[in-house]
Design a protein around this ligand. Sequence first.
Ligand code: CO
Length: 133
Amino acid sequence: MIKAINHIAIVVPDFESALPFWQDALGLQLSHTEDVPSQAVEVAFFPMGDSEVELLRPTTPDSGVAKYLAKRGAGMHHIALEVDDIYAMLARLKEKGVRLINEQPVPAAGGKLAAFIHPEAANGVLVELYQVG
Ligand code: CO
C-alpha cells in the first residue's frame, strides 16, 4: 500500500550553488547531509511537513545520477512514494508487467529500502518506492 509522498529529489551539480535558494531564500532548515554509496550520491534533506525535498549530488562521474545531470542539467530527478511493504509492491508491479529498474530493493539513505520504477512505465517520471518502517 502507498502511504504518502515521502520526498521529491532534485539533482544538482554541487550543494554550494544549490543551498542558498532552499536555505536562505525559502528559509527551509537543512536537516542533514548523507553519503549514499550504493547510489553514488550525497543527499541533503529539507524536511517540510511529512515530506522532504532531497537534493542529490553525484559523487562519481559515471553513475546514473551523474549521467542524468550531464544530459539534462539540474532539475527534478524523482518522486518517492512511501510504501509499507516494498517486496509486496514490487511483486504486484511485476505481475502487472510494469517495467522496473530495480527488481529487488537497494539500500537508500538512512538505511531504508528503495526500488526504482522505470520512467517509461510512469508517464516519464522516475518513481522510487521507499520503505520507511
Ligand atoms: Co529518493
